[in-house]
Design a protein around this ligand. Structure first.
Ligand code: M6R
Length: 606
């Protein structure tokens, strides 16, 4: 959460800082600010709201300075207003920060006793004054090393100094930070996405490191303040993908491009000629893995939950799933023969990263399934399986969810085959079906009119329920998450069979209930559960797959039929109408679809 940019150049930097902040807005968008340095003065401008409000409130183009830092905020300490917006400055230091300083209260007391005055409610302001304090007695590098050691918690920092006209200091612990290299200028940024318009030459800071960025030189240091050398990576850049094209929102574009993204991913992994799956350089022998633990947050966790059903269907491996924020603090019994799989679109989610770090420290086998291959989670895993779906900008995850479940399914099929747990003919049949999945997704996309007509009912109701059994249960959870995230209405995903154990009491006349009942092994049971909610007055939207047999039930409000395929692949198709339901509900309400309130795309605080 929060995005950082810093530029040290031989020309004015304010316009480029603003452009980069617009790209970083997906990381936080409740307030924004920047500081440039000119003629020994720190020029600080800050605003509540988005980058365009900063542009409206200040004459940014005329803000002088060849060096500057900028920030988009997702509030943790202190309400989102212009005072709490970053940068925070003392008389000689200005700081932007992503993360949380856990010992800020103690440090603040210490600094107030030393005579420092605080203006904001943020934890970040202690960093500013701590550096100012340490600079009274120490040289720059020593002051930075000491300050970083005094801070508990997580941070990525960008720092400028009134008396050092060409320097930005960057530091990283727990939150991502990258350095970029350009002609006569160098950069600091929360991620390569913010820097890609300016450069594709990047160095990622590792835990505990800091750097000194000047327009013509970058130096790196470890946490002891010792100089270190780091590699420069060349990233492939494809700016075109970041464009909304003809779509109103990134989310709409990302839903519609799913046939293409999954096709690309299938091509990466499935060798259709040899009827096999290519997972190259898998670092372990198959008999070294006896169990699987899948870990993620939010939508990525739903991917893990679905994978558990596939694992159990196709292998005899023991499978556990966990929410990263729970896993990281539990007394885990680490097992040498377990494979720990981390699922994350961004690859930067703080809780998922912490869970991975814990496994690495316990010398476990770690594998990540990510979209951003340069991310911290990808870099620190033993093995990475990318989902190849291109940048996902909408905060609500859509094409990345399909990408995650696709790669999980491919991995599970491969493990099943390597463990001789699937008949070769069935394996080939499942691969054949998989290859036809993009065209089935394509055919499932055009339900817009029906869904647009249905969506006001979900917006107007007190709440709604999403029900499914088996493979459809994780999809029900995902559908409910999408609706609440975008439309700000209460929605609950539930296993259909659990309704009578409590939630059935919520059902009243006219309550919209989505029932996911594809013609799979759970179909009859789910239809019975559907009748129980209809009998209590629910308005049921049934989502099933096409079949020659009619659904035997009365009083279904609306039905949407997705294409038909083998049972394993139905979850992909059931997801599509739910994504659209959330999209059109939010569209009707006029909400900010790509940036829902209180959220951010990359959750880099715990
Ligand atoms: O980047 P990650 O996949 O690790 O993100 C995990 C969750 O924050 C994310 O899936 C979140 O739940 C989405 N906004 C849901 O649409």
């Amino acid at each position: 959460m929060c995005g950082i940019i810093g530029i040290s150049s031989n020309k004015s930097v304010s316009a480029n800082i603003v452009n980069s902040l617009k790209k970083l807005e997906y990381r936080g968008y409740d307030s924004v600010g920047l500081a440039t340095l000119s003629d020994g003065v720190i020029n600080e401008v800050k605003s509540e709201g988005r980058v365009n409000s900063l542009e409206q409130n200040f004459d940014i183009k005329n803000l002088k300075g060849n060096i500057g830092i900028g920030h988009v905020r997702w509030a943790t300490h202190g309400v989102p207003n212009s005072i709490n917006a970053h940068p925070h400055s003392s008389h000689n230091v200005s700081v932007v920060h992503n993360g949380i300083i856990e010992n800020s209260t103690i440090l603040k007391k210490f600094l107030i006793n030393k005579g420092h005055n605080f203006k904001s409610q943020t934890d970040t302001e202690v960093i500013v004054h701590l550096i100012t304090e340490n600079l009274k007695t120490l040289e720059l590098e020593e002051a930075i090393t000491k300050t970083l050691k005094q801070l508990h918690g997580s941070f990525a920092l960008g720092i400028v100094f009134k008396d050092i006209p060409d320097l930005i200091v960057g530091a990283r612990r727990g939150s991502p930070l990258a350095v970029g290299y350009g002609p006569n200028e160098n950069y600091l940024g929360s991620d390569s996405y913010a820097l890609k318009a300016m450069t594709n030459k990047i160095t990622y800071l590792d835990e505990g490191e800091f750097c000194l960025v000047k327009k013509d030189q970058v130096l790196f240091f470890n946490e002891e303040g010792k100089k270190i050398n780091k590699k420069i990576l060349e990233l492939s850049s494809n700016e075109a993908n970041y464009d909304k094209g003809d779509f109103k929102h990134f989310m709409a574009k990302e839903i519609e491009e799913q046939p293409t993204t999954i096709k690309t991913c299938i091509k990466e992994y499935v060798d259709s000629l040899n009827k096999d799956i290519n997972i190259l350089n898998f670092p372990w022998k198959i008999n070294e893995i006896k169990s699987i633990t899948l870990i993620g947050c939010g939508t990525a966790y739903h991917s893990c939950l679905l994978a558990k059903y596939w694992f159990e269907e196709l292998t005899t491996l023991d499978v556990t799933i966990d929410i990263a924020s729970e896993f990281r603090y539990r007394k885990n019994r680490f097992k040498k023969d377990a494979l720990y799989i981390f699922v994350s679109q961004s690859g930067e989610t703080a809780d998922t990263y912490a869970a991975l770090d814990l496994c690495n420290k316990n010398k476990m086998k770690t594998c990540s399934i990510v979209n951003v291959i340069e991310s911290s989670i990808a870099r620190d895993s033993n093995f990475v399986l990318p989902i190849h779906c291109g940048p996902e900008i909408g905060v609500a995850s859509t094409k990345a969810f399909l990408g995650q479940i696709l790669v999980l399914y491919i991995l599970i099929l491969k493990l099943s085959s390597l463990r001789n747990e699937i008949d070769i003919k069935l394996y080939h049949k499942k691969l054949k079906d998989l290859i036809s999945l993009p065209s089935l997704v394509e055919k499932t996309l055009p339900h817009d009119n029906d869904i647009q007509a249905i969506s006001p009912t979900f917006n107007e109701a007190k709440g709604s329920m999403f029900l499914g059994r088996g493979f459809s249960y994780p999809i029900a959870l995902e559908g409910a998450l999408k609706l609440k995230e975008l439309s700000y209405v209460h929605a609950e995903g539930y296993p259909a069979g659990e309704m009578k154990h409590g939630p059935l009491a919520l059902i009243e006349e006219g309550m919209p209930v989505v029932v996911l009942a594809p013609r799979d092994d759970y179909y009859k049971k789910t239809i019975s559960n559907m009748q129980e909610v209809i009998a209590r007055g629910a308005k049921v939207l049934l989502i099933t797959n096409k079949s020659k047999d009619e659904v035997v039930s009365e009083n279904i409000w609306e039905t949407i039929e997705v294409e038909n395929t083998n049972n394993d692949l139905l979850p992909f198709l059931l997801t599509i109408p739910l994504q659209k339901l959330a999209y059109y509900s939010a569209l009707k309400k006029g909400y900010d679809i790509d940036k829902p309130r209180n959220l951010a795309k990359s959750v880099t605080v715990e």
